[in-house]
Design a protein around this ligand. Structure first.
Ligand code: MLT
Ligand code: MN
Ligand code: ZN
Length: 309
């Protein structure tokens, strides 16, 4: 199985268009130790030819341009794409807006939780993806769903499971408990290669590593995990936004309740942070935060990084 990080940044990317925080200033200036990052997406293939996207970011057009295997091959018909399917972990803008880049009457399948399919259906702009060409298929929870698209079997299946999280920002109900979040608003995915049974986990949004999630990830070969923030209050401290990580539905890396501590007992063979927000000090390779996560056995995801499993 081949896995490519298309975008390792969180919503807004790195640098973010309207952000002048220290990190965004540094990356804009080309400072050493800072890499630009596009928004949150992975691509996976069992045969190296047909690809499943995990989330479709607003940067998808440039992500496709940067990955030759995602464009039509020389001898393909006049209309063709190796992208056969897209699976969505939530309805956030950084994960669904790229679907609009996949218009032009090209068949592929969309896999998502019922609540996310409903959110797409409620927004008429997504009807540019005609349902007869681009079916929206509900992911069952826990039971693996085999992945196909454009009449191709991708040799992959998805075991979806709800994780602690939050409803998409644009759907928040300020008067409802937890803003109207319910199960299925934020999913984790286990991507399984049918032929070998090899699998990895993709959890780009997660508010907490609770006991069921910890049990599921224990001894995993590979986990891509929510690396939004290093500290719960970093966006407030940097004057960027008045929200904590938990208010945004994201766990922080550091601290007793953070992902570094939560993963320490889990014996995960390879763990890679993705969905990294521009405020996160790990985006500076010379920072203490970067050294801390490396010492704990984590990799900080980069655009274009490839993993063979
Ligand atoms: C998030 O990860 O919290 C969202 O992408 C925020 C947003 O929609 O901008
Ligand atoms: Mn996001
Ligand atoms: Zn910034």
């Amino acid at each position: 199985m081949r896995i490519r990080i298309l975008g390792s940044g969180a919503g807004g990317g790195f640098p973010q268009w309207n952000c002048n925080c220290a990190n965004c200033r540094a990356v804009r200036a080309g400072a050493p130790g800072f890499l630009p990052r596009t928004q949150s997406s992975l691509a996976v293939s069992a045969n190296g030819e047909d690809w499943l996207l995990l989330n479709a970011s607003p940067d998808l057009r440039e992500q496709i341009a940067a990955a030759p295997e995602l464009s039509p091959r020389r001898d393909d018909p006049v209309r063709a794409s190796p992208i056969k399917a897209v699976a969505l972990t939530n309805g956030d803008v950084d994960h669904v807006a790229g679907l609009l880049n996949l218009r032009e009457a090209q068949p592929f399948n969309i896999y998502a939780a019922r609540r996310v399919i409903d959110a797409l259906a409620a927004n008429p702009i997504f009807s540019i993806l005609q349902p007869q060409l681009v079916p929206r298929i509900e992911l069952a929870m826990e039971t693996p769903t085999s992945v196909s698209g454009a009449s191709v079997d991708l040799g992959l299946s998805l075991r979806a499971f709800p994780v602690p999280g939050k409803i998409a920002l644009y759907l928040e109900d300020r008067n409802a408990p937890n803003f109207g979040t319910s199960a299925g608003d934020t999913l984790g995915l286990e991507v399984i290669e049918t032929a070998t049974g090899a699998s990895f986990f993709y959890v780009p949004g997660c508010a907490q590593v609770d006991a069921p999630l910890a049990a599921r990830l224990r001894h995993a070969a590979l986990v891509f995990f929510d690396g939004t923030l290093f500290e719960e209050e970093e966006m407030i401290r940097q004057g960027l936004m008045g929200k904590t990580g938990s208010r945004m539905g994201h766990i922080n890396m550091s601290g007793e309740d953070g992902s570094l501590a939560a993963f320490t007992p889990l014996d995960v063979k390879r763990k890679i942070y993705v969905h990294i927000n521009n405020s996160n000090p790990v985006l500076d390779e010379h920072s203490n935060a970067y050294a801390t996560v490396q010492a704990a056995g984590w990799e900080v995801g980069e655009d274009g990084m490839e993993v063979i499993l």
